[in-house]
Design a protein around this ligand. Structure first.
Ligand code: G3I
Length: 452
């Protein structure tokens, strides 16, 4: 790690020599964490706090938050059949590997998602014409190939996903129509053989409360247990709507647990009609807390995974017109009331941590050929700071060569700048600014700055 420390201002010399392009005042907001990361509180309780992730969401501020706040990761799409075997016999593990590697590097467990589903299957499979015997072999081979690749690296698998219709009848998927009901028992049996240590789940949506669909799932799990079919857990996806958290959630979790299986909330989000208002966000926070508490109240509920931690990456607006704001962080990657509600339910204080109430704004003051001058301004509203540290990740290979009014270090793409002896204190209503020179090539995008 290189240390670049200086306490002087040389902006005028550099800017004077440079072909200044004018102030590129692109600003990015800061993202703040609670005083204790969610995963630390969850670890202390032996519970999962996870997020779904795409392989392209593991760098920069997204990567920092994903690594800092969550102890489990679920690949949002990367392990689905169409992603891993787009042509028959041709595998592409790149994105799934990236997520698994990230998880291992950050001490996180992986939830594999998903092996047997009616959706996101490759066209060679859905458009093919196979005898039942061929289909069985194809399915067994898929389960065995994918689970063997990640043996020891994926702690739990959503083996079967979304097997039921809303009325509790079986979904007429290619698996059901081709192989009959026992495709589920067979898939679980093949999964156990492929990785005996992995926890095997059946996962579905609209099964959070007691209703016809969840009762059908309950009856299936009961009969699988009675038959000795390997099943370790039930995943309740929990794609919920503001104001509609089922009142029977805890009771439903408990009845599955009483069958002798684990229960996990696997894909939590709570969507609202846009625009989001303070009142809706406060209600959402209370509802996130209610879901957390329902899980935490049942010993066999392993914990909660959110389906993407921030509103910018959420699947919701793409699918539900006019709805969004469903996750615990907003589109600028700043935590919402829901984030603090989760923190509180896990036993954290739910209070903003150092740096909250303050925001950092990164600006490119000028840039030329291969050089630039940047600055970060920290503004504090209701909170005072006794010291500060501003962190960010450069996305395009920029490097800092010199800093003033801060002690900056850069390791790879990660930059961390802390106060000097004379400017650590920022009173409520006050601000502090530090600057730096750096190099760039190609592009010079503005990073998201996190205060720590
Ligand atoms: O990869 C293609 C890209 O090449 C193309 O340009 C783009 C154009 O639309 O589409 C991309 O594929 C999209 C894919 O996500 C990857 O981003 C698909 O259109 C889109 O339909 C797909 O949506 C995913 C959805 O599952 C598919 O059913 C969502 O991201 C994902 O969050 C969602 O997750 C599911 C769970 O697996 C199961 N439970 C419900 C949950 C929400 O639907």
């Amino acid at each position: 790690m290189r240390s670049l420390r200086s306490g002087f201002s040389l902006a005028s010399a550099v800017v004077g020599a440079a072909a200044t392009l004018g102030a590129l005042l692109a600003a990015a907001p800061a993202a703040h964490a609670a005083d204790v990361p969610l995963r630390e509180s969850a670890d202390a309780k032996g519970k999962v706090i996870g997020t779904a992730a795409g392989g392209s969401h593991l760098t920069g501020a997204r990567g920092e938050i994903t690594g800092r706040e969550f102890n489990w990761l679920t690949p949002e799409n990367a392990m689905k059949w169409e992603a891993v075997e787009p042509s028959r016999g041709t595998y592409n593990w790149a994105e799934a590997d990236r997520i698994v590697d990230f998880a291992q590097a950050h001490g996180q467990q992986v939830r594999g998602h998903t092996l047997v589903w009616h959706s996101q299957n490759p066209s060679w499979l859905t458009g093919g014409s196979f005898t039942p015997a061929e289909l069985r072999t194809i399915l067994q081979n898929h389960i065995s190939t994918e689970m063997t690749r990640y043996k020891g690296k994926v702690a739990a698998w959503d083996v079967v996903n979304e097997a039921f219709n809303e009325d509790g009848t079986y979904r007429q998927s290619l698996w059901y129509t081709g192989l009959g009901t026992d495709y589920i028992a067979d898939a679980l049996t093949w999964a156990r053989a492929a990785d005996p240590a992995a926890k095997l789940y059946i996962n579905d949506y609209n099964v959070e409360g007691v209703n016809a669909k969840s009762t059908a799932l309950y009856n299936l799990v009961k009969s699988l247990k009675e038959r000795g079919v390997p099943i370790d857990g039930v995943g309740l996806q929990a794609h919920l709507i503001l104001g509609q958290v089922p009142s029977t959630l805890q009771q439903n979790i408990q009845r599955f647990a009483d069958l002798g299986v684990d229960v996990a909330i696997t894909e939590l989000d709570i969507r609202m009609q846009l625009p989001a208002t303070q009142a809706k966000l406060a209600q959402q926070a209370a509802e996130y807390k209610a879901v957390m508490n329902a899980c935490l109240a049942v010993a066999r509920c392993t914990g909660v995974t959110v389906w993407g931690f921030n509103d910018a990456d959420s699947w919701v607006p793409d699918v539900f017109d006019g709805y969004g704001a469903a996750t615990p962080y907003d589109e600028n990657l700043a935590p919402k009331p829901a984030y603090y509600a989760i923190a509180e339910s896990l036993g954290g204080t739910g209070q903003p941590g150092p740096g909250d109430g303050c925001k950092a704004t990164y600006s490119v003051v000028s840039q030329w050929n291969t050089g630039f001058t940047g600055q970060v301004r920290i503004d504090c509203a209701g909170t005072a700071l006794a010291s500060w540290k501003a962190n960010w990740t450069f996305a395009a290979g920029q490097r800092i060569s010199q800093a003033w009014n801060a002690n900056c270090t850069q390791s790879g793409t990660a930059v961390s700048c802390s106060n000097l002896s004379y400017n650590g204190t920022v009173p409520a209503g006050g601000s502090v600014t530090f600057g730096f020179n750096g190099t760039w090539s190609g592009s010079n995008p503005v990073p998201v700055v996190t205060l720590g």
